[in-house]
Design a protein around this ligand. Structure first.
Ligand code: NAD
Length: 298
């Protein structure tokens, strides 16, 4: 951990217009959070269905806030207009900060970041929501790496207070400052961390997933492990958490972690064979995103 977020804020350029790339679990959540706290946000995806799903999720979250009396119906309708869905980069010229939240694949992210850099202004900050990929590595595809950092939210975005702001080798102070300030404007608690695969939280979390996967490979019952971990005092067990995260995202992120720390982290299990988590992924049990993971969902 480098510095507390507050030390950067004095230098921050305010984010008046944001954008998010990807309208999936994370992109949709980021759009909702930004919109509900009053910062307009463009939400771009390559698939119309993904945008429709992202908007549906945002509407559901706003409706819950109305039920709880936190927003009037009018305020909800107004805040919802803060999210502008799009399939193109046409309106990106005036965006102050873009959060990239597309699939966890270094090649795809590199291409998307280069594409958006060409569409935004020279001062626009680009921030990746990658779970594990080194920011220094992703910056290699950019012309202005000083304007790039990590902005790692946790799932579900509206409930998880922490945001890791990651400083890559070439990240400038202005990028960190703007990202810290935007995280705070979204009601989050930013911490500025050094760059490495998995940053801070996932360096702790992925060995735990690997341990769980190995238990499964030795015949453990996932629901039993979940119950035990709940009794241990954690809000949910590893199987349920993997369903929330998405088994595809966990597998992709696990590959990056295993590549980054081959000896210390190992993989997500399956030494010499496929890990239990990999088998789930290949059986298209992706978790809550497709309603079937370890558990079944409506
Ligand atoms: P997801 O599969 O739910 O969504 C990804 C979205 O990106 C899809 O809607 C897809 O259509 C879209 N997309 C793909 N290529 C695109 C492009 N070129 N331009 C715009 N959109 C594109 O994935 P997710 O769980 O939301 O994860 C997104 C990112 O957030 C990943 O890097 C992941 O590691 C990270 N993350 C995920 C979690 C989690 O718990 N799921 C937590 C923190 C961070």
């Amino acid at each position: 951990v480098k510095k507390k977020g507050g030390q950067y804020e004095k230098q921050a350029r305010p984010v008046k217009q944001a954008a998010v790339l990807g309208a999936g679990i994370m992109g949709g959540g980021i759009a909702y959070q930004s919109a509900s706290k009053g910062t307009p946000i463009l939400m771009k995806d390559i698939k119309e269905e993904a945008i429709a799903l992202g908007l549906k999720e945002a509407r559901k979250l706003f409706a819950k806030q109305v039920e709880r009396g936190k927003f009037s119906t009018e305020a909800m309708a107004e805040r919802l207009t803060n999210i502008r869905p799009t399939l193109a980069y046409g309106d990106f010229g005036h965006v102050d900060l873009v959060v990239e939240a597309v699939v966890e694949n270094p090649r795809v992210k590199g291409a998307v970041l280069a594409e958006v850099e060409a569409a935004v202004g020279e001062e626009t900050i680009l921030a990746s929501n990658t779970s594990t990929i080194s920011i220094t590595r992703l910056a290699e595809s950019l012309e202005r790496p000083e304007n790039f950092c990590g902005m790692h939210f946790f799932n579900p975005v509206h409930r998880m207070p922490l945001v890791e702001v990651i400083r890559g080798e070439k990240t400038g102070d202005a990028a960190v400052a703007a990202t810290v300030a935007y995280a705070r404007a979204m009601g989050k608690t930013p911490i500025v961390v050094n760059d490495c695969p998995g940053f801070l939280v996932n360096r702790v979390l992925f060995p735990y997933f690997g341990g769980f996967s190995r238990l499964m490979e030795q015949g453990a019952d996932f629901a039993h492990v979940d119950k035990v971990m709940e009794r241990f005092g954690w809000p949910m067990g590893p199987a349920y958490l993997l369903d929330v995260v998405g088994l595809d995202t966990a597998v992709h992120a696990g590959e990056v972690m295993a590549e980054g720390f081959p000896e210390r982290m190992g993989s997500l299990g399956g030494e010499g064979e496929k890990s239990a988590i990999q088998v789930m992924f290949e059986s298209e049990r992706l978790g809550q995103k497709n309603a079937r993971g370890f558990y079944a969902y409506e």
